[in-house]
Design a protein around this ligand. Sequence first.
Ligand SMILES: Nc1nc2c(ncn2[C@@H]2O[C@H](COP(=O)(O)OP(=O)(O)O)[C@@H](O)[C@H]2O)c(=O)[nH]1
Ligand SMILES: [Mg+2]
Ligand SMILES: [Zn+2]
Length: 356
Amino acid sequence: MTLESLGWSGSFARDPLVLANPSLSPMRVVRQNRHRYVVLGEAGQRVAEPTGNLLSHSDGAASLPVVGDWVLCKVEDTDRASIHHRLERSGSFSRKVAGDTTREQVVAANIDTILLVTGLDGDYNLRRIERYLTLAWNSGATPVVVLSKADLVPDPQERIDEVRTVAYGVDVVAVSTVGNPGMAAVSEYLMPGRTIALLGSSGVGKSSMVNAILGRDVLETTPVREDDQRGRHTTTFRELFVAPSGALVIDTPGMREVQLWADESDVQSTFPDIEELASACHFADCMHETEPGCAVQEALASGELDEGRFNSWLKLMREAAWLDRRRGESKRDQRQRERSQSKLYKQILNEKRRRE
Ligand SMILES: Nc1nc2c(ncn2[C@@H]2O[C@H](COP(=O)(O)OP(=O)(O)O)[C@@H](O)[C@H]2O)c(=O)[nH]1
Ligand SMILES: [Mg+2]
Ligand SMILES: [Zn+2]
């Protein structure tokens, strides 16, 4: 296995940590289960644990290695390795930890393409696609909207055309793992050494797609429950698989409720049509409510802009702004804590010096 076939590239090779640690081996995290990892590199596969030093120097859980990360390892023997450093990420896909916190949960790192999977059954929802797109823009990966279970609708093309009206500059394809049109539409994203992550609510067919891509049943799939059309959560840990095409495929656990981890610029990337309208408003700081000369309200009145899409934009903007404010606050709290700690530290040092 070469590093290139695992997605290694020049930007990782130039990481100062790589240059400073020639005796450590670059390996890729292919499986994670709390602090237990499986890493893969030129030496093959190893079970790995982070060193105490890495754990204590990590500033928060978001900086610990996740699936897709490149790490520098000491290969201990034919089974085990220890993880000494995590290399700078080219990007990562994150969501907000559920509940009223501002903690970030990194789901997977160094992804080239995110397949945003939406089922053409009861899961189909344009507003959810906009939300997923906003999350995806934050990850640095190129999003592709994949409409799954295309065998269940008479004309998937109709749905593809509809989704294109909300997914600007993004490929939209339809697939099925059991019937027509098959999986051909995603094959162009499965290039050797490219990292692909599947993302979407549970029950949309992600694990079935991974199995179809790998050509063998490595993941368990679950029948959708009758009552709410959702599958149960079966994927408990994340794993990166090497596909026969040479692509690197990551399945992610389904998310019942997608918590946004994005900023306003990601919302803007998802809604370039509204951004363009807003730039024509009379007031530069127009809130698009009751101001005179509001191009957004005019577009809503004329039907040029869909009300559902406008509300979706408003909601995501508010969420992003809220998150931004809260993140600013927690950063300020942290700086304050650090300052008072260093003051305390200086006091202790001074007292010590006085006593000596
Ligand atoms: N009709 C149809 N059902 C599918 C397709 N792909 C998956 N399913 C079914 O959808 C359910 C959930 O699939 P699964 O792969 O576990 O979804 P995941 O939760 O997103 O990983 C299972 O019952 C699958 O058999 C498809 O292309 N067409
Ligand atoms: Mg699954
Ligand atoms: Zn306006």
